[in-house]
Design a protein around this ligand. Structure first.
Ligand code: SAH
Length: 212
C-alpha cells in the first residue's frame, strides 16, 4: 500500500483552494511522492505546504511555489523545459510527470549526484548536469520553458537567449530577503514580463547570479 496518499490528496485540495487550477500540474503533484525527496527526519512533514531543508544548506521549495511556477510555465505535453537548481529533484519530477522533456542543472556536485540517482531509481527520465545554470544549457536550446528555482539579482541574459518563440521563463528576482516571481514570455523579438510578489528562495549563485 503506497504511503501518504491521503496526505497528498489533502495537499492537492489546499493548492486548489489557493488558486492552482491547472489539472496537469495538480495531477502530477498527486503522483510525485514528495516524501522520497526530503531528508529522513522530515518525512512526516512532506505534505505540509512548507519548504524543507535538503543537504548543502539548500531547500526543497514549498509545494505551493512548485505548483505556482509549474502553472506559470504554461507548457503543453512534450514541451522541452530547462530547470536551473535541481536540488532534491522534486520540481524536475513534477515537470516530467506533466509530460515535459526535462533538462536540469545543479551547482552542488553532491546534490546533483544524489538527485540524479533518486530520479533514475523512481523511473523519471530527466537529463541532469552539474554546473553553473546562470549561463543555461546551450546545446539543447531553445526551450519552451525555463524555470529557475533559486533567487536571481536580475534575469540572466543567456537564459532569455535560450527561450523558444512563444516560450516562457519563470524566475524569482529581487533582494535576498524576499522575491517576486517574474514570468517573461517571448513573442518573436518581444518579451513581455509580469511579476507576482511574495516568495522566498535560496540565492542563485554564479556568473550571472549572486557572488559566492
Ligand atoms: N528545484 C529544487 C529546489 C532546490 S533550491 C527542488 O525541487 O528541490 C535551489 C537550488 O538551486 C539549490 O540546490 C542550489 O544549489 C541551486 N543553485 C543555486 N545557484 C545555481 C546555479 N547557478 N546553477 C545551478 N544550480 C544553482
Amino acid at each position: 500500500m503506497p504511503r501518504f496518499v491521503e496526505e497528498r490528496r489533502e495537499l492537492i485540495d489546499l493548492l486548489r483552494s489557493r488558486g492552482i487550477k491547472n489539472e496537469r500540474v495538480l495531477g502530477a503533484m498527486m503522483k510525485v511522492e514528495r516524501h522520497r525527496f526530503v531528508m529522513p527526519t522530515f518525512v512526516d512533514s512532506s505534505y505540509l505546504d512548507q519548504a524543507l531543508p535538503i543537504s548543502d544548506g539548500q531547500t526543497i521549495s514549498q509545494p505551493y511555489t512548485v505548483a505556482f511556477m509549474s502553472q506559470a510555465l504554461e507548457v503543453s505535453e512534450g514541451a522541452k523545459v530547462l530547470e536551473i537548481g535541481t536540488g532534491s529533484g522534486y520540481q524536475a519530477a513534477v515537470l516530467a510527470e506533466m509530460g515535459c522533456r526535462v533538462f536540469t542543472i545543479e551547482r552542488h556536485m553532491a546534490l546533483h549526484l544524489q538527485s540524479r540517482k533518486l530520479l533514475q531509481s523512481l523511473g523519471y527520465r530527466v537529463a541532469t548536469r552539474s554546473g553553473d545554470g546562470t549561463v543555461g544549457w546551450s546545446e539543447y536550446a531553445p526551450y519552451d520553458g525555463i524555470i529557475v528555482t533559486a533567487a536571481a539579482p536580475s534575469v540572466p541574459d543567456p537564459l532569455i537567449k535560450q527561450l523558444a518563440d512563444g516560450g516562457r521563463l519563470v524566475i524569482p528576482v529581487g533582494g535576498q530577503a524576499e522575491q517576486s516571481i517574474r514570468v517573461v514570455t517571448r513573442a518573436g523579438d518581444e518579451y513581455v514580463q509580469k511579476d507576482v510578489e511574495g516568495f522566498k528562495f535560496v540565492p542563485l549563485i554564479g556568473k550571472m547570479g549572486w557572488e559566492k
